[in-house]
Design a protein around this ligand. Structure first.
Ligand code: 26W
Length: 817
C-alpha cells in the first residue's frame, strides 16, 4: 500500500476540515474566500469529503484485482443516486465535524448541501432501486461495480405552468461534478451497424468477422459509492460516448468545419440524454444504441478485470455475477457470446455455459407496453452479428424444447426469442430468461404473477430458475439522512445499530410504544416535519396548508395504473360532501401530489392538469375554508423527496392490484411513520403482513378479482350509474366544472373511465371512499394513530435494501456473507 502521508487530506477534526476546505477552494477551485461563489464553496467542501474517501476508494480498486473475491456487476440503464454530499458525509461519519467546519467558515451547511445538482440518471423505481442496492452492497462490504450510462442530460426538471407540466432540460453537470473521476485510459471501441463475414481461421475453425459501419469510443467515469461507516467504497462506473476521432483534420483543411466535428457530434449523442419513458417501450434506435453501448463497454471491462487479476476467462462465472436490471441491458447475453466465441475463440457450447452461469435477470414490470421488443429490421441494421447469435441461441433452445415437447407449435412460438407474428420482433424478456441462470420478480406477489403470466411457459420449463427477491430501500438515506429528528429519537431509545442492521434492530422500537413521553416526542417530530413541508410548499407553490391537517401524500411517476385519478375522485367527493353541508365536521386534509409524466404520455399529463385544476377550485372555495387543500408539488425527485416522506401521515399506494411490481415509496413512507392506504398489490401485501392488518388501511379488489373482472367483461358504466358520489364527481369533470366550463379539456379522462377504465378506478371507488372514512376516523384519535405509526416503523425491518442484497447473495449470486 502506497504510504500517503498528506494528513491535511485525512484530518477529520473541525479545524483540519476547515483548513482542508480552504485549501481545496484555493488549490482546486482556484478562488479566494473573497471571490468564492456558493458553488465554489460547495465544490471545495465536496472535494474535502472526497479526499477522505480516496484511501478506501483506492483500497477497493486494489481489492478488485485480488483473485479470491467474486465481484457483483450490476448492469442498469438507470442509477438514481440522488445528491452525493450529504450521503457521503453520513456514511463517512463526517456530518458533525464537517458542519462545524462550515459554520466556522461562515457557511450555512444546509445551503452548501442543497447547492448540489441531483444526478437525475433515472426515471423512477428501477433507477432508485439500483442506487439503494449499490449503497447496500458497499455497506455489506460486497465488492461490486454498478455499470451504467453517464447521461449528459438526466431526467427533465419539471415546472408547473398554468397547471401543466413543462419539461426543462436537466443540465446537471454544467457546474462540473466533483464526485466523478474520468478514466481516459479506460476506454473501449464499440461497433455499430455494418455486416458480418464468416471465414475459417488458421486452426480451421468457423469464425465470423463483424465489419461495422461506424465505431464509438466509450470512456469510463468512476464515482465512489461509500459504505456506512465501514471504510468500504465500491465503484459506479458510467460510460460516456465519444468519437474515436474527435476532430477530422482532412475535413477541416478542406474548409468543411462542421464536417470536421460531425463524428464527434454524432458519437456524443449516444450518452447524451436519458429516455424519460417509464413503463413504455419507445423502441427507438438511439435507445438500443445506448443499451448496446454501455453493455459492450461493461462486459469488456469485466473481462479486463478478470484477466488482470490472473484468472481465466473460462472461470468468469466464479469471478463475477452479472445482474440484469430489467431487459434494458439484456443484449448482454448476446454480447457475452460474441466476445467469448468471436474474440476469445471459445466453443459455442462452452461459451453458452459460461453465459448462463454468469447472468441473473430481474423483471420489474408486467405491463405489456413496457416489455421491450425490437423490430428485426432495426435490430439487424444496428447489430447484425448479434442477430446471428440470437438466431443461433434461439435455434438451439427451441430444438431442445422440440425434442422434449414434440409438436407443441404454440409453445414454440410463445417462447421463441423471435416474435414471428406480423412484423418480426426480438423479445428481450425471452432472451434474458433463456440466457440467465436465475430470474426474479421484485415482490412475492409480482414473482408469482410473473410465473403465472408473462414468463409462465419458461417457469413450466425451468421452475428452478425462478425466485423472488422483494425490494428494499436504504435506511441510510431514507431515514437517517432525510429524517434526522426521528433518527435521533430512534438512536436515543434503541441505539444506532439500526442504521447498519435495520432488519434486526428496528424491531426493538416496539418496546417503546407504551411510553407516553416517547409517543409525545414521536408526534412532535412528525408535526415539526409537517411544518417544514408546509413552509416549502408555500415557497414553491404559494399554497398554504395547515400542519395540523392530515397530510395525505401520493408521490410517484404519473401513470394510470398508479391511479392518481382515483385519489382525485375521492377529493372531489369529499369536496361535494362539504359543499352539500358546509357545516359538516370533517378531519381537515392536505392532499399532496408529486411526480413526473413521460413527455409523450398524454393522459398522464392531463391528469396533472386536472389535479391542478381541482386544486385551484377547492383551495379557493370559501365553503371549504381551507379544510381540504390540494397541492401538486413540482419536480418530484430524490432531492425534493427529503421533505415529503418524513412529513406524511398517510401514504397512498392505490395501484390496481397486479400492476405495481413492488413499489419502494410505500416502504419509505412506512419507515418514516406514515400509515398506508393501499391495495393488495406489489410489496403492499408484504408490508401489510409485517405491520399487521389493523395497522394498514386495505381496500379494493385483489389481483385475482381484478383479472376475473377484466376477463369477465367489466362494465365501468355500471359502477358509474350505481354510485351517486362517483357519478357526481365524474359529471363535474365532464361538465367542465374544473375547466371554466370547457367540456373538452378533460374529456379524454372521462371517456377513458366511462368506456374502458383499464385500471378499474370505478370498480374500486366505493371501497376506497369507505376506507378513507376509516382513515379520518382514526386520525381523530391521535394517540391511537401515533401508536400505529410507531408499530409501522418497528415492523419495517424486512424492507431494508440490505436484506434484499443478502437475498440476492443467497438466491442468485452464490456469494457467502
Ligand atoms: C422501456 C421503457 C421502460 C423504462 C423503465 C420500461 C420499464 C421501466 C421500468 C421497469 C419501470 C420501473 O421503474 N418499474 C418499477 O420498478 C420498481 C423497482 O423494482 C418497482 O418497485 C415498481 O413497482 C416498478 O413499477
Amino acid at each position: 500500500m502506497d504510504t500517503i502521508q498528506t494528513d491535511f487530506r485525512l484530518g477529520n477534526d473541525p479545524k483540519e476540515l476547515q483548513q482542508a476546505i480552504l485549501d481545496n477552494l484555493y488549490y482546486v477551485q482556484g478562488k479566494s474566500t473573497r471571490l468564492a461563489t456558493k458553488n465554489d464553496w460547495y465544490m471545495a467542501v465536496a472535494y474535502t469529503v472526497r479526499d477522505r474517501m480516496m484511501k478506501h476508494w483506492i483500497n477497493s480498486l486494489h481489492k478488485l484485482s485480488s483473485k479470491e473475491i467474486k465481484i457483483v456487476g450490476y448492469l442498469s440503464a438507470e442509477f438514481l443516486v440522488g445528491p452525493h454530499l450529504d450521503n457521503a458525509m453520513l456514511n463517512l461519519g463526517m456530518q458533525e465535524n464537517m458542519s462545524k467546519a462550515m459554520v466556522n467558515l461562515g457557511l450555512d451547511p444546509q445551503e452548501v448541501i442543497h447547492q448540489e445538482e441531483e444526478p437525475g440518471l433515472g426515471n423512477g423505481g428501477l433507477g432508485r432501486l439500483a442506487a439503494c442496492f449499490v449503497d447496500s452492497l458497499s455497506t455489506l462490504n460486497i465488492p461490486a461495480i454498478g455499470y451504467g450510462i453517464r447521461y449528459e442530460f438526466g431526467i427533465f426538471d419539471q415546472q408547473i405552468r398554468d397547471g401543466e407540466q413543462v419539461e426543462i432540460t436537466d443540465k446537471w453537470i454544467r457546474y462540473g461534478n466533483p464526485w466523478e473521476i474520468i478514466r481516459p485510459e479506460l476506454h473501449y471501441i464499440v461497433k455499430f451497424g455494418g455486416h458480418t463475414e464468416s471465414f475459417t481461421d488458421h486452426q480451421g475453425h468457423y469464425s465470423v468477422k463483424w465489419i461495422p459501419d461506424y465505431e464509438i469510443k466509450g470512456v469510463a467515469y468512476d464515482t465512489a459509492i461509500p459504505g456506512y461507516k465501514n471504510n468500504a467504497v465500491n465503484l459506479l462506473r458510467l460510460w460516456k460516448s465519444e468519437a474515436v476521432e474527435s476532430f477530422n483534420f482532412k475535413e477541416f483543411n478542406e474548409g468543411n468545419y462542421s464536417g470536421a466535428v460531425d463524428q464527434k457530434t454524432f458519437a456524443e449523442t449516444i450518452s447524451k440524454v436519458l429516455y424519460p419513458n417509464d413503463e413504455l417501450d419507445a423502441g427507438k434506435r438511439l435507445r438500443l444504441s445506448q443499451q448496446y453501448f454501455f453493455v459492450s463497454c461493461s462486459l469488456r471491462n469485466a473481462i479486463t478485470i478478470q484477466l488482470e487479476r490472473g484468472l481465466s476467462i473460462r472461470d468468469l462465472p466464479n469471478g463475477f455475477s452479472l445482474q440484469l436490471n430489467d431487459t434494458h441491458p439484456s443484449i448482454a447475453i448476446a454480447e457475452m457470446m460474441r466476445l467469448l466465441v468471436d474474440e476469445h475463440h471459445i466453443t459455442w457450447s462452452d461459451a453458452w455455459e459460461i453465459t448462463q452461469k454468469i447472468f441473473g435477470y430481474t423483471n420489474h414490470t408486467l405491463l405489456p407496453e413496457a416489455l421491450e421488443k425490437w423490430s428485426l429490421p432495426l435490430f439487424s441494421s444496428l447489430l447484425p452479428r448479434h442477430l446471428e447469435i440470437i438466431y443461433e441461441i434461439n435455434k438451439r433452445f427451441l430444438d431442445d424444447i422440440k425434442s422434449k415437447y414434440p409438436g407443441n407449435e404454440q409453445l414454440i412460438s410463445r417462447i421463441s426469442i423471435i416474435d414471428e407474428a406480423g412484423e418480426k420482433y426480438i423479445r428481450m424478456a425471452n432472451l434474458a430468461t433463456i440466457g440467465s441462470h436465475t430470474v426474479n420478480g421484485v415482490s412475492r406477489l409480482h414473482s408469482e404473477l410473473l410465473k403465472q403470466s408473462v414468463l409462465a411457459d419458461f417457469y413450466a420449463l425451468h421452475p428452478e430458475k425462478f425466485v423472488n427477491v422483494t425490494n428494499g430501500v436504504t435506511p441510510r438515506r431514507w431515514v437517517k439522512l432525510y429524517n434526522p429528528a426521528l433518527a435521533t429519537l430512534l438512536t436515543s431509545r434503541i441505539g444506532d445499530g439500526w442504521v447498519a442492521n435495520y432488519e434486526t434492530e428496528i424491531t426493538k422500537l416496539e418496546s417503546c410504544i407504551e411510553d407516553v413521553e416517547f409517543r409525545k416526542t414521536w408526534k412532535e417530530i412528525k408535526k415539526q416535519n409537517k411544518k417544514e413541508l408546509a413552509d416549502l410548499i408555500h415557497l414553491r407553490t404559494n399554497i398554504v396548508i395547515d400542519p395540523d391537517s392530515l397530510y395525505d401524500v401520493q408521490v410517484k411517476r404519473i401513470h394510470e395504473y398508479k391511479r392518481q385519478h382515483l385519489n382525485l375522485l375521492h377529493i372531489i367527493a369529499l369536496y361535494n360532501r362539504i359543499k352539500k353541508d358546509p357545516s359538516k365536521k370533517i378531519v381537515s386534509r392536505s392532499f399532496i401530489f408529486g411526480g413526473k409524466a413521460a413527455p409523450g404520455y398524454f393522459l398522464a399529463k392531463l391528469i396533472i392538469r386536472l389535479i391542478n385544476a381541482v386544486a385551484k377550485l377547492v383551495n379557493e372555495d370559501p365553503d371549504v375554508a381551507g379544510r381540504i387543500k390540494v397541492v401538486f408539488f413540482p419536480d418530484f425527485n430524490v432531492k425534493n423527496s427529503e421533505w415529503l416522506y418524513r412529513a406524511a401521515d398517510l401514504s397512498e399506494q392505490i395501484s390496481t392490484a397486479g400492476k405495481e411490481a413492488s413499489g419502494t415509496g410505500n416502504m419509505k413512507f412506512s419507515m418514516n411513520g406514515a400509515l398506508t392506504i393501499g391495495t393488495l398489490d406489489g410489496a403492499n401485501v408484504e408490508i401489510l403482513q409485517e405491520v399487521g392488518e389493523e395497522n394498514f388501511f386495505l381496500f379494493g379488489l385483489d389481483a385475482a378479482q381484478v383479472s376475473s373482472l377484466q376477463s369477465g367483461g367489466y362494465q365501468p358504466g355500471h359502477f358509474y350509474q350505481n354510485n351517486q358520489e362517483l357519478k357526481w364527481a365524474i359529471d363535474m369533470i365532464d361538465a367542465g366544472h374544473f375547466s371554466n366550463g370547457d367540456r373538452h379539456l378533460f374529456k379524454p379522462i372521462v371517456d377513458s373511465l366511462l368506456n374502458s377504465d383499464p385500471y378499474l378506478v370505478l370498480a374500486d371507488f366505493s371501497s376506497y371512499i369507505d376506507c378513507q372514512e376509516k382513515v379520518s376516523a382514526l386520525y381523530a384519535d391521535q394517540d391511537q394513530w401515533t401508536r400505529k405509526s410507531i408499530l409501522n416503523v418497528a415492523r419495517m425491518g424486512r424492507f431494508s435494501s440490505d436484506r434484499s442484497i443478502r437475498d440476492y447473495c443467497k438466491k442468485v449470486w452464490g456469494i457467502k456473507l
